[in-house]
Ligand binder design. Structure first.
Ligand SMILES: NC(=O)c1ccc[n+]([C@@H]2O[C@H](COP(=O)([O-])OP(=O)(O)OC[C@H]3O[C@@H](n4cnc5c(N)ncnc54)[C@H](O)[C@@H]3O)[C@@H](O)[C@H]2O)c1
Length: 386
């Protein structure tokens, strides 16, 4: 069996999620390759050494430039923030490495396009971390839509609500600095529902958006883990230069209408990603915090007995579930990463295109940039104009 040697950049939130996924793939799926967690890379030697030991990596590097040129590495997995994606991905492509890159693909649309062009030129496999596509319930929705059961799609509404920065004293983490993340709630949270919308309903035609930054300055961050962070009491303050919240409406190429909202100011909502699709024959709804379930309404059901049914997408017939537990033994957030890594490794071995790939990353960045422009201009923006 082929061995795929992975080199991963970054070792915190996504670094942990990817390390776990790379370890689990071969344990649960008939993966056509042996995945070797070869080298993990981070700038702080003490930190990366500890992460290597804890997450089970064989070796570590402190410079990604060394990692991408190592002969013994086949795949570069990028889990650093957006400002690092482009340089690492382009160098990796030029060294002939396959690339898995976290979302959003880049700081902006131009950079995303450059990454795609280099990846195509190098002929390597590339995939982007839109992990919510890999929830079995989302795959089931896609199957139901493709089968024609909900008919012509008329509406799609999606929201991604969090509440972790409501406190004005929450520190200025990298997610609030445009030069590191490119975009705020829209690029961080909205990127996921933009991708899900494209996956389930097709491409966007035009958008009309509005963005808001409620808290304009925050104390400089001292420590950060996951979405938690702290600052010193006497910390200086810095400017928040991204959106705290974004709302937009959209028209799809197929004529459907979309309504979207991304915010980190929705008190009580922790990781509340929801998407609902209404067709002329039925409706579907997915709520990530109840990720094993799909709500499905069919207008074909018997009159008088119609209503939303709750499907638990945990049976062997449901996508990916054959590999896990008996029906009703639910799965969680981390499984979406296992599924995306399984697909990526399978694409490398089979030679088929990986999906979603950098082209999907570019399309997502196109919508993000169109919403930003629309918000600045206070007017609709056609996606094809970008
Ligand atoms: N798919 C998802 O659901 C999901 C969830 C969270 C974050 N993300 C994405 O993953 C990426 C990372 O987010 P995170 O939450 O893991 O961030 P994080 O702050 O928890 O971890 C980032 C890691 O990258 C390292 N890093 C930063 N710049 C670097 C550089 N120049 N060279 C080497 N290492 C560098 C940091 O030291 C850290 O180890 C972002 O693009 C983010 O949008 C995706």
């Amino acid at each position: 069996m082929k061995t795929i040697n992975v080199g991963m950049v970054g070792y915190k939130f996504m670094g942990k999620a990817h390390s776990n996924a790379l370890s689990r793939v071969g344990m649960f799926f008939d993966c056509p390759a042996q995945i070797n967690k070869a080298v993990i890379c981070g700038r702080d030697e003490e930190g990366v050494k500890k992460a290597a030991a804890k997450f089970g990596w064989q070796a570590y590097e402190t410079k990604w430039q060394n990692l991408v040129s190592r002969e013994d590495i086949d795949v570069i997995d990028i889990t650093a923030p957006s400002d690092a994606h482009k340089a690492i991905a382009i160098a990796a492509a030029q060294n002939g490495k396959h690339i898995f890159c976290e979302k959003p693909l880049a700081l902006n649309l131009d950079d995303a396009r450059e990454m795609l062009a280099e990846a195509r030129k190098a002929g390597i496999k590339h995939q982007i971390g839109f992990n919510y596509r890999f929830a079995p319930a989302v795959r089931l929705m896609k199957d139901i839509i493709d089968s024609g059961k909900i008919g012509t799609i008329r509406h799609l509404r999606a929201s991604y609500l969090q509440d972790f920065i409501i406190d004005p004293e929450f520190p200025l983490v990298w997610r609030l600095r445009k030069e590191v993340c490119g975009s705020g709630s829209l690029g961080d949270l909205g990127a996921h529902f933009i991708d899900l919308a494209r996956y389930l309903a097709g491409d966007f035609k035009s958008v009309t958006g509005m963005q808001k930054t409620f808290i304009k300055s925050r104390p400089l961050v001292e420590n950060m883990t996951g979405l938690s962070a702290s600052a010193r009491e006497d910390a200086a303050r810095g400017e928040v230069n991204v959106d705290d919240a974004t709302a937009f409406v959209a028209e799809f190429q197929n004529g459907a209408l979309g309504v979207f909202e991304a915010t980190r100011f929705a008190q009580g909502h922790k990781n509340d990603l929801s998407i609902e699709i209404n067709g002329d024959k039925g409706s579907l709804k997915f709520v990530f915090e109840r990720m094993n379930e799909v709500q499905y309404f069919s207008a074909d059901d018997e009159e008088g007995l119609q209503g939303f049914r709750l499907i638990q997408a945990t049976e062997g017939v449901h996508p990916y579930m054959y590999a896990w537990w008996p029906a009703g033994h639910v799965i969680g957030y981390e499984h979406t990463f296992v599924h995306e890594m399984y697909e990526f490794m399978s694409a490398i071995v089979s030679g088929k295109a990986a999906s979603p790939d950098f082209a999907d990353g570019v399309e997502c960045s196109r919508v993000i940039e169109a919403v930003e422009l629309s918000s600045q201009r206070r007017a609709a923006v056609d996606i094809d104009s970008l």
